[in-house]
Design a protein around this ligand. Structure first.
Ligand code: OOB
Length: 560
């Protein structure tokens, strides 16, 4: 049976057909690549060699701690050896350079082991989130023609083995399912390592290292090919800005697969610097604060709703949080008043980060004054990050005015993976990425995020593409039309609201029926509309399009 994708837009099959092998991952024109190499940004490093070098330089230092349920640790040497054995085992099962492997693990040590094993053989991890379900996983596996899918046995009350069996049945390329834990009908990850060296000849630095997911504005998430060269440059830059070194003890609170905790400066930045990464199984203060005390955590990254919860819990905490030096907050707009309260409540410094999986990352700086740290979202990592702020017609706005943010640079992609039709509009002709964010620039070069032009809901850092959810709801037999919009929410920043027009003569429905319908389609729980309103008609713009702005401004936001 064909894989169900919630979109008709530039569908995966048509785009795959339109793509030649060399065009899978669009790359920088040669003159740009030369410039970035000459500037010392791209140094020809790869992740596989990076870990090897760190293991040689400080073999007995602790690289990784997985505290639950029993505390497990990996020295740099152990992580390096484990990556070798696992890489050899993957290779023995026919997984090789350029193959895609969908990786869906929560914050467990196996996540880091598998990623480095795949880096070593040049297979590309596709970073699914733990919340993804049949629709998303089925799409990632079929669109990337994945040969393997890596899962936990159960996580957060959900059996991933059953999902894997369903996806495998309808995805002919998928030859392996590897399970961290009890494998059921699949293969135990623990049985994969073999006592041999991994194959010679790893990936080249200019090749993609992995496929990251876009937040997305379209029916299905686009995949982001990041190279060893470009990503490692962003790690080095982030480490320098955040003061990451061998003494850093970084707590991974958000899902490890997300670009923010991976690279800003994240667990990969910390490993690059020879520091220690501690994985946090759940993000609540009850779980995280005891870990901060026990593991002497110095740094972490949070989305704004979590930063709020931690700020509220900080003053009353019984744990000693004094090791914490720096908390990064980003992924969604962090309110100024909330930002002011973080340092007094947690006794550490705050840094705002405004980044995107496509590349560009902005940080406030350690030597910025407090006003700048609480009122701006930072400035770019690199002197070679090019920023354009333009009006609707594409002309530069006056300095200090707000407009659309376009960017190009040494770690911002030039195109999504196998998506030529989408790339034609997501990037300008001269290679600038249209971020969809509305920003203004202060005299010091810091950016302030003022809003968004893209059709997306930012639910506390988790991105929802309304089109994807609209397509699902439209399949309901009683639904005539639907429009999903963002509504303001005190805690999450935004929540999703589905305006639904029922078919003439259809029995009235309760909001819960629509929510259940979406959930039963098998999508991540954060995409299920928070609110559902039944209406007779949508407000329209002058040209007859549904006006999402007017829907937003008329939204009633009572509890459901
Ligand atoms: C991060 O990455 P994505 O790919 O999940 O989302 C990117 C989008 C941005 O285009 C912007 O719309 C929004 O998320 N965003 C922010 C923000 N940080 C991200 N909006 C306002 N204020 C901020 N501080 O979210 C991401 C990637 C790397 C580091 C940090 C965040």
């Amino acid at each position: 049976a064909p894989v169900v994708t919630p979109s008709g837009e530039g569908g995966p099959a048509s785009e795959a057909l339109a793509t030649t092998p060399g065009a899978d991952a669009p790359t920088w024109p040669p003159e740009f690549a030369e410039r970035y190499r000459a500037a010392g940004h791209w140094r020809g490093e790869t992740f596989g060699r990076m870990l090897r070098e760190r293991a040689a330089a400080h073999p007995d230092r602790i690289a990784l701690v997985d505290p639950a349920p029993e505390r497990r640790t990996w020295t740099y040497r152990e992580l390096d050896e484990r990556a070798d054995r696992l890489a050899a085992g993957f290779a023995a099962r026919g997984i090789g350079r350029g193959d895609r492997v969908v990786l869906q693990l929560p914050n467990v040590g196996e996540f880091v082991e598998v990623v480095f094993a795949l880096f070593r053989i040049g297979a590309l991890p596709v970073y699914a989130l733990p919340a993804h379900r049949d629709t998303e996983i089925g799409y990632f596996c079929s669109f990337t023609e994945a040969v393997a899918y890596v899962i936990p046995d159960r996580h957060a009350g959900f059996d991933h083995r059953a999902l894997a069996a369903r996806v495998r049945e309808r995805t002919p390329t998928l030859r392996h399912v590897f399970v961290a834990g009890d494998p059921g009908v699949h293969t135990a990850l623990a049985d994969v390592p073999v006592d041999a060296d991994p194959p010679e000849g790893g990936p080249e630095p200019h090749e993609p290292a992995f496929l990251q997911l876009s937040g997305g504005t379209t029916g299905v998430p686009k995949l982001i090919p990041r190279t060893h060269d470009d990503y490692i440059y962003s790690l080095r830059g982030s480490n320098e800005i955040c003061g990451v070194g061998a003494d850093t003890r970084f707590l991974v609170v958000l899902p490890a697969a997300h670009n923010f905790p991976m690279s800003s400066p994240g667990w990969l930045g910390t490993l690059y610097a020879g520091g220690t990464v501690v994985l946090c199984p759940r993000p609540d203060p009850e779980t995280a604060f005891p870990l901060i005390e026990r593991e002497r955590i110095t740094m972490t990254g949070l989305v704004p709703p979590l930063a709020l919860v931690w700020t509220e819990a900080g003053p009353a905490a019984r744990q000693d949080l004094s090791s914490l030096e720096l908390v990064l907050v980003g992924g969604a707009k962090y309110g100024e008043e909330a930002a002011r309260r973080l340092t007094p409540a947690l006794g550490c410094r705050l840094m705002q980060v405004f980044g995107m999986a496509e590349g560009l990352v902005n940080y406030t700086r350690l030597d910025d004054d407090e006003e700048t740290v609480v009122t701006t979202q930072g400035r770019p990592i690199s002197p070679d990050d090019e920023i354009r702020i333009v009006d609707d017609a594409g002309n530069a706005v006056a300095e200090g005015e707000f407009g659309h943010l376009l960017t190009r640079g040494p770690y911002t992609i030039r195109g999504y993976w196998r998506a030529p039709a989408h790339n034609a509009t997501a990037f300008t002709e001269d290679g600038f990425y249209r971020t969809g964010d509305i920003v203004r620039r202060t005299p010091t070069g810091h950016l302030v995020v003022e809003g968004r032009a893209k059709d997306q809901i930012n639910r506390g850092g988790e991105k929802v593409a309304p089109t994807e959810i609209e397509n699902i709801i439209l399949a309901h037999p009683s639904v005539h039309d639907v429009s999903v919009v963002a509504v303001a929410d005190e805690y999450l920043g935004e929540r999703s609201l589905a305006y639904v027009i029922l078919r003439a003569g259809a029995e009235p429905l309760k909001p819960a029926a629509i929510k259940r319908f979406v959930r039963e389609r098998g999508v991540a729980a954060y995409k299920v509309p928070d609110l559902v309103e039944f209406v007779g008609a949508f407000p329209h713009t002058g040209v007859g399009k549904v006006s999402k702005n007017r829907l937003r401004s008329t939204a009633v936001t009572h509890e459901q």
